[in-house]
Design a protein around this ligand. Structure first.
Ligand code: NI
Ligand code: MN
Length: 225
């Protein structure tokens, strides 16, 4: 499984030749100005919640690529009304896609579109493919529900927000990695705007001191799981 970071909470997962794009927010992200949004491939677009820093480019990319949008019922319906193919899910539900199994899991946050329209309840995704298991937390507080995840999935990577203010910060993300029983963490949702700027070295040191590995990728950088 190849994972490319496009800034904020936007990731591209390549699993069995399929391109799964998470939370596309590129044209509105000053830090991602070198990324050409029109060159990004997508077979599926997964949206954790409706906030525009997670959905801004979803409609344009879906229309260009023909990608299927996967999200909660309300968000899926929003895009279906715009002529986009969708796959609605809801919390606790799993589905076997052609590339692997996906479960939509709890997140503690809010979810409204840029115009204030209701965007259902926010979530995260547990994605299993090519014998690798990844948890995409989305925007969330630390929550006891994270303890449910290792009951059914042994994770290889946890993608956790670390920017604080709107989501977990670093200290809670360390506890979250304990809850999900995964010491390999990819940090997201930091530095994009003033409220969520972090000290990278301090963040990495705190994870290191807790016996964990925090990865902070450059925008456009990829890792292989
Ligand atoms: Ni949000
Ligand atoms: Mn956000």
């Amino acid at each position: 499984m190849k994972i490319t970071f496009y800034g904020h909470n936007c990731l591209l997962l390549e699993i069995q030749g399929k391109h799964i794009l998470i939370d596309p927010f590129i044209t509105g992200n000053e830090l991602a100005k070198d990324i050409d949004v029109n060159s990004i491939k997508a077979d599926y677009i997964f949206l954790t919640h409706a906030h525009s820093d997670h959905t801004l480019d979803a409609e344009a990319i879906a229309k260009r690529t023909g990608a299927v949008i996967v999200s909660n019922f309300e968000i899926a319906t929003h895009y279906e009304e715009r002529g986009i193919e969708v796959h609605p899910m809801n919390h606790g539900g799993s589905w076997k896609f052609e590339f692997g199994k996906v479960k939509y899991v709890t997140a503690i946050h809010t979810s409204s579109f840029g115009d204030g329209k209701y965007g259902g309840q926010p979530g995260g995704f547990v994605i299993q493919g090519e014998h690798k298991n990844v948890y995409i937390a989305g925007d969330t507080a630390l929550t006891m529900d994270m303890k449910l995840i290792p009951l059914y999935t042994k994770l290889d990577l946890a993608v956790l927000p670390i920017g604080d203010n709107f989501t977990m910060g670093i200290d809670d993300a360390i506890i979250a990695s304990n809850f999900v029983e995964c010491d390999k963490v990819l940090g997201v949702h930091y530095d994009t705007f003033g409220f969520i700027e972090i000290d990278h070295e301090e963040a990495k040191r705190k994870f290191y001191d807790a016996g964990k590995d925090l990865m902070l990728l450059e925008i456009g950088e990829s890792i292989e799981l």
